[in-house]
Write a protein that binds this ligand. Structure first.
Ligand code: PCA
Length: 324
């Protein structure tokens, strides 16, 4: 009896020591604030993996650019400084136009269309990421993008000379076409940028306006539904390939769950956050027909420019999306 007991103890001891040798901790930098719905989705994803692997793989999220600032996250994961991260996909548009497929003005303007566009773009995007030593895990869209100002704007002419906060190449190009002055600023820093007058307008979702309490500086939000940009979560390819199949399965299961939950959070957050902007004193309304038409004109120019840069793979994405 004693022998069996001792044997069991030894086996358990071995198990524990094997377990602690195998247990790994992955740090997951994220660019947006802890209260943002993407960050909440990421935190649940991390908890899902940690629980699913019984702690053998623990993922710890670091929101708000606290571990690496938004603009450094992709490089940090690519080079193995950390194993996993989340970033705004179109922020890499200056590296390769394909990363900006989700920020072509007025191509996909609803949640349903954003999903359809994602489905046709995903294979091309996954192989682009793969060529950069990254493995794509999941992606969640932001709510539709609208225009923030600190005055009434009824036409593009009213935008002349305004300092415009941009977050990718497409948003900077819109500013340029409208005669505004773009300045690239991470979401984590926009409250301060608006408060100090470094920027006085932007294109973004109700969600970011709400997260950053922009009503403290800005007064108008115009719904234009220009596009629904995406965040994506990605893993260093060597780290991914180092996982056993059981762990990969758990990660994939948690990623599907996160993509689903994040999508619905984004859908529900859309009206909620616009309501909160209004409650806090902002004028929230659809852009008038004239302004909407002028912006659609920018959309045509920018679609042509994107196709020129993205070449055949870009054309194939748009063709399959339009043919769906
Ligand atoms: N919020 C992010 C990107 C898109 C959005 O709605 C931002 O403004 O940085």
């Amino acid at each position: 009896m004693n022998k069996i007991f001792l044997g069991t103890l030894t086996a358990l001891g071995l198990l524990f020591s094997v377990n602690s040798v195998l247990a790994e901790k992955w740090d997951m930098p994220m660019g947006y604030s802890a209260t943002n719905f993407h960050s909440q989705t990421g935190a649940e994803f991390a908890a899902c993996v940690t629980t699913g692997t019984a702690g053998e793989l623990e993922i710890v999220t670091h929101p708000g650019g606290s571990l690496f600032s938004g603009s450094d996250i992709k490089r940090a994961v690519q080079t193995g400084q950390t194993q996993i991260g989340e970033r705004l996909l179109s922020a890499h548009q200056n590296e390769n136009a394909l990363f900006g497929f989700d920020s072509i003005p007025f191509l996909a303007t609803s949640f349903e269309d954003a999903v359809a566009l994602w489905e046709v773009a995903k294979p091309e995007l996954s192989s682009l990421l793969d060529s950069q030593n990254l493995h794509l895990l999941y992606s969640v869209p932001w709510p539709p993008q609208g225009l923030y100002f600190k005055k009434e704007v009824n036409a593009v002419a009213d935008m002349e000379g305004i300092k415009f906060r941009s977050y990718n190449t497409a948003t900077a190009r819109i500013a340029e076409l409208a005669g505004m002055n773009p300045v690239q600023i991470e979401a984590a820093e926009i409250s301060q940028a608006f408060a100090t007058g470094v920027a006085e307008s932007m294109i973004s979702s109700g969600s970011t306006g709400y997260d950053r309490k922009v009503w403290e500086s800005l007064t108008h939000f115009y719904e234009v539904d220009a596009w629904l940009p995406r965040n994506y979560v990605f893993v260093n390819k060597d780290s991914w390939e180092g996982l056993d199949d059981a762990t990969k399965n758990i990660m994939n299961g948690c990623a599907s769950l996160a993509e689903y939950a994040g999508y619905w959070r984004s859908v529900h957050y859309t009206q909620f956050t616009l309501g909160e902007l209004a409650k806090n004193g902002m004028i929230v309304q659809r852009a008038n027909e004239n302004l909407a038409n002028e912006l659609r004109g920018f959309g045509e120019i920018m679609t042509a420019e994107w196709l020129e840069n993205a070449g055949e793979s870009g054309q194939a994405i748009i063709d399959s999306f339009l043919a769906r």
